[in-house]
Design a protein around this ligand. Structure first.
Ligand code: ATP
Ligand code: MG
Length: 292
């Protein structure tokens, strides 16, 4: 069964009228179950592998995949799923936590810029510069503790950050980095269920952190911040995908079909071998065949 339409359904390219409530975290489109989607999931992995090989060989485009979500929405799981289909040599994952002292000495785009993918590579950001309009917005005291001059932290700061992010992403797109951004949209109810599993099942205990429960209290503030963020930074060049995250198998299906579609649109191919190179290959073959 085709997965093409599934990517389109959750894509936001123009945030003007974006409302988070229009997206159901439990949506599974026309897919009934994990079993129903098993073949498509396997197919996605296979196609990703083939396309990444060409991306790497061509060494021209770069791909940046950004993952943002509330805790327990499944960021780690989805990254593991994507990684299971690609050659690790051409794919790097970076996780961004609270900034270090050194990072705070710089502008808010500095630390992530250092880790942008090189040509031919896929870069995965587990959290990103978008935290600067999410956690920092929900907790204004974080902004206070940063070192940006006070005069520059006025009421327009979020608008300004959105504008800077849009400009930055436009610049990257124009230079050949294809950006796709994923918001894993989990419901509050499902988050509670997953937190309880982390508390009750010994093999999941390590995943639990007390700060997760603290942040849950700010659920509505976060939803508002996410809505504003997507509304202001969804563009044709760097769209957001609001991926239903209450069913992990469906999250995987959507994310892998977005990646496959993105890579397919680049019309990747292996570099053409010119006449001189052909001769070189033939000569090398002749040497190998002639010698024992
Ligand atoms: P896990 O799945 O292991 O919980 P995680 O991505 O939630 O992964 P944590 O160490 O739990 O990792 O959380 C990282 C924390 O760092 C998050 O609370 C996030 O909001 C915070 N963080 C990331 N970027 C910034 C930033 N620029 N300023 C302040 N806090 C940030
Ligand atoms: Mg966490």
């Amino acid at each position: 069964m085709k997965t093409e339409k599934v990517a389109k359904k959750f894509c936001v390219e123009n945030g003007k009228h974006f409302k988070l409530k229009d997206f159901d975290p439990a949506d599974t489109a026309h897919w009934k179950s994990k079993e129903h989607a098993a073949e498509a999931l396997q197919d996605g992995i296979q196609r990703m592998a083939e396309l990444q090989d060409k991306l790497y060989a061509q060494d021209s485009w770069a791909v940046l995949l950004i993952f943002q979500a509330m805790d327990a929405a499944g960021k780690d799981g989805i990254i593991k799923h994507v990684m299971s289909g690609v050659n690790p040599q051409g794919c790097q994952v970076y996780s961004f936590k609270a900034p270090s002292d050194l990072e705070l000495q710089h502008d808010f785009l500095w630390r992530t810029t250092r880790d942008l993918p090189e040509r031919g590579h896929i870069g995965i950001f587990n959290r990103s510069y978008y935290e600067e309009v999410l956690v920092v917005r929900v907790h204004p005291e974080i902004l206070q503790s940063q070192k940006t001059p006070r005069q520059l932290c006025g009421k327009n700061i979020w608008e300004e950050r959105f504008e800077d992010i849009r400009s930055f992403e436009r610049h990257m797109a124009r230079s050949g980095t294809v950006i796709r951004k994923f918001f894993l949209n989990v419901s509050k109810k499902e988050q509670k269920k997953r937190f309880l599993e982390r508390l009750e099942e010994p093999e999941k205990n390590w995943k639990f952190s007390a700060s997760d429960i603290r942040e849950r209290k700010y659920w509505d503030d976060y939803q508002k911040a996410y809505e504003e963020m997507i509304g202001n930074t969804a563009t044709e060049r760097a769209p957001w995908y609001v991926v239903p995250a209450d069913n992990k198998w469906f999250t995987r299906l959507v994310v892998s079909s977005v990646i496959v579609e993105t890579l397919e649109a680049l019309q990747l191919g292996y570099p053409k071998v010119d006449e001189a190179k052909k001769k070189e290959l033939e000569a090398a073959k002749a040497v190998l065949v002639a010698k024992k």
